[in-house]
Structures are given as C-alpha cells and as structure tokens.
Design a protein around this ligand. Sequence first.
Ligand SMILES: *Cc1c(COP(=O)(O)O)cnc(C)c1O
Length: 394
Amino acid sequence: MVLRKEFFDLPEGVIYLDGNSLGPLPRNAKARVAEMMQDEWGAQLIKGWNSAGWMAQPSRVGDMVGRLIGAPAGSVVMGDTLSIKVYQALAAALKMRPDRKVILSDSGNFPTDLYMAQGLIQMLDGGYELRVVAPEAVADAIDDDVAAVMLTQVDYRTGRVHDMGAITELAHSSGAVMIWDLAHSAGALPVDLAACACEFAVGCTYKYLNGGPGAPAFIYVRPDLADSVDPALAGWLGHDAPFAFDLDYRPAPGIERMRVGTPPVIQLTALEAALEVWEGIDMQDLRVASVALQEVFIREVEARVPELTLASPRDAAQRGSQVSFGFENGYAAMQALIARGVIGDFRAPDIMRFGFTPLYLDKADVLAAVDHIETVMRDRLWDDPVFMARQRVT
Ligand SMILES: *Cc1c(COP(=O)(O)O)cnc(C)c1O
C-alpha cells in the first residue's frame, strides 16, 4: 500500500496529474519550513550553520535521496539546479577521457541537458562534438570516439524508458563514461545506481520528490571515483577546507567536492520534510501501483476519447510514470481540463502529458479525470479563445 493522501495538502476539487513536473505541497514541509524560519533562522541567526546543521544538510538530504535510487550513503549530494549538475557531471566525465571528443545523447533528452553540453563544448574549445541520435539508435551509436554517454532515463515527453543497465554496459565496454539524468525517475520508479555502475547520475527534486518549486538538484558520483573526479565548478564549499580560506582551490575528498556554494537551506528544509513520505515505501510496490493507474487511464481514454492518440509506449515496462497523448489542439484541451480541476500539462508540439503518482492518486481519481477528458473532447470545450492563449509556462 503506497497511498499517502493525507501527507499532501492538495486543493479541494483538483485531480493532480502533474506531479511529474511539480510535486504537490507536503503538509509537514509547510510546518517544518515555518519552524525553521522561526526557530533556526530567526532565533539562531548565523549560528544555525552549526547549531541547526545547515552546513551538513546537502549530504544528509543527499543520503535520503540516495536511498531511493540505490546509491550508497555518502555518494549523493544536493545543490544548485539540475542544469548545473548536468554541466558538472559532463565536464568531470570529459576530463576522465581526454583522448575522446564525442558526447553522445539522444533527441528525446530534455533540451537543457543538450544546451549545457553545447555550452560546455563551446567553452572548452577543444574540438568536442555533441552527437544527438534518436533514442532507439543510442546503442548502435556508442563507439570508441565517445567520451561520455549522457542520457535521461525517462523521456520527458513520451515517458519512454531507457534500459540503464544495458546502455551503461555498452558504454563501458567501449570505454565511455556514463551519465544518467534521473529527473523523471527519482521517486517514480525503482532505480539501482549501485547495480548499474554508471559513473554519474543527476536529477531534480521538485518533480516526483515533491521538494517544491526551485528545490535543489542532486548529483551522484560512483564511490570509487569520488576522490579523483574533477568537480569542474570549483566553489568554496567543495573545497577541502572552506574555512581555511586558502587562495588556491583544493577539492574536498569524496562527494563533498561536488558542492559549489552556499546551500539553499529553506528549500532543503522543505525537501527534507517532503522526503519523509518515502519511509516504509517499497519502490517496487510504488511501481506496481503507478503502472496499474496508467493502465486504467490508457484503457479508458482509448475506449472513450478517440480523438486522442497514445504517444507513450504501450508496453508498461517501456514507460515511466507518465502517459502522454497526442492531440492537435492539445494546448487548448489541457487548458480546458485545468479549468475543470484536472491538472496535467502540455509539451510542444502536441503532447498532453499526465503524470501518475500513486502517493496521492487512486483509481477513482483516474476515472474521474477520464470523465472530464471525455466531456472536454466530446463537447469541444477546448474550442474557446480563452484556452488558446499561450501562457509563459505550458
Ligand atoms: C526537469 C528537467 C530538467 C530541469 O532542469 P533545471 O535546471 O532544474 O531547471 C533538466 N533535465 C531534465 C531531463 C528534466 O526532466
């Protein structure tokens, strides 16, 4: 049993199918942040870095995230945003293979991951190349020129899942470093980083981990490499002795070297509270519950809403924790749904995306959501100028 509805503070009348983009507010996070503001920041002022444990928080919370992704204690640290952590992992990976010049990724990757690679390549100015192939072509594109394979396990648009173990093995057999982005995996499906043996993994915590808008990212470095990787961003809090204030950078031992600057304590406090929901939850059980919800959703939508075309893999094993449907007027249709309290989102050009998070959704919610989708489509409720105007965030 993984349902924890009472843990979350969801507005009345809302069916929230967008936890894959921004998880809802955990009640205890609200209380904990209020306490932290008053009792720690308010009362302890700068002493809080020691007395309230703020300085140790990035590794403490990193271990909590690590448990959800099969990473041993001391191999994950929190900080910055996912874009920054992608950059750091990629820069560190390239340093490990100085004789190779290719970064391999796929066209299903989230654009910021590709942009960070492009920016890094430009800055290094060392003849590097970003090779982007179709997701199905990744395995064949791994060759001896590839320094790093950088992939997101679950496609943000379609939910298609890469086989982490198999691709990592291929990367390693041709001598490449493997970086996994777990943005749509952490808290969504079982991940076993220790078994996968990839060198780096990164991810964010405001999606399935419910850390709130702007919650910090995480980075994992395989323990046997943590004392030797180049952290790429030489910030003072990744220094071996930040408070010695040396003029020269010297990386800290272990995962701490991947820290950069001052941690976002308020966000980490919200995240630390949010992560308590996972106590006693088996990720395999969560996965089973997620798949069951998705299967009901797909079956009902396909039976009752012929206008929508499944854009996710039909095989549940090939899907993360979201289901996408293609529809020409998907943006307006999603806006019409949101106006009725069914919140999903839209990804260009035509994808209506629905996330399934069994922590706070059950079968009744899914069936109620499909009722709304059927009404919106049957009555063409989307065909209204109010729903056509694009907002800044889709
Ligand atoms: C959500 C997401 C991001 C977002 O990066 P931020 O720096 O946190 O804004 C990056 N990559 C992937 C694969 C994502 O799904």
